[in-house]
Design a protein around this ligand. Sequence first.
Ligand SMILES: [Zn+2]
Length: 250
Amino acid sequence: MMRAMAMLDRLRRRWRGELAKRGARVPAPLALDRPTLSVTFDDFLATAAETGAAVLEAAGVRGSFYVNGGTIGGRGELGPSGDAALLRAVHAAGHEIGCHSFSHADLFRLDAAGIGAEMDRNAAWLEAQLGERPRSFAYPYGRAPLRAKRAAMARYRAARSVQPGLNEGEIDLAYIRAVPLESVRRDRELLARFVEEAVRRRAWLVLYTHDVQPDPGPYGVTPADLDWVVRAALAAGCAVRPLGEVVAGP
Ligand SMILES: [Zn+2]
């Protein structure tokens, strides 16, 4: 019984994913002068804000951090998050700070007004901390009902999903594709192939992860693997830029 329920739930999620992929699209041509990599960190975990940011900075590049004002300085399932002082430091170092809803809400459980309120409360909180509003959004849990795509695009230039794949040609700004960085631990070759394909097709590869530490959780990455993928992309001729910068235009 449990198994059937779990399967049903998985099917339902897949179907919702399909729906989100197809509906409420905001198509835009992606015109890049170079293949491009964006590295994104969800939930502003302390290890990502400290070690992850430092790894990127040592390679001379910057990433995007998707932050929930309501969980800043707290401790979630994936470890302690950074505090407001660390957030300001990461922002001052040139990384993009994006919106991830205020409370890390499951957007499927909220109506359109509730989703908008989560986004607006977080944007206001971030603006109070940083003096500027976020430009891009990442769906909490990667889950996006169509009303969330619409709400995001009424407020942000782009929203990142967790649909794996490269972004190329006519992309959906409301559903930017992203590859989980944790897969590098199981299969470095797979990530290498994504980088190669991005270079060959002059496409945009977006990666996402959570904690960055030598013994990461199931959704995190080691500093060595993060460093490896960034340097592989740079060596292959990629630009490495924050997500919000890539969609901001030339
Ligand atoms: Zn998250």
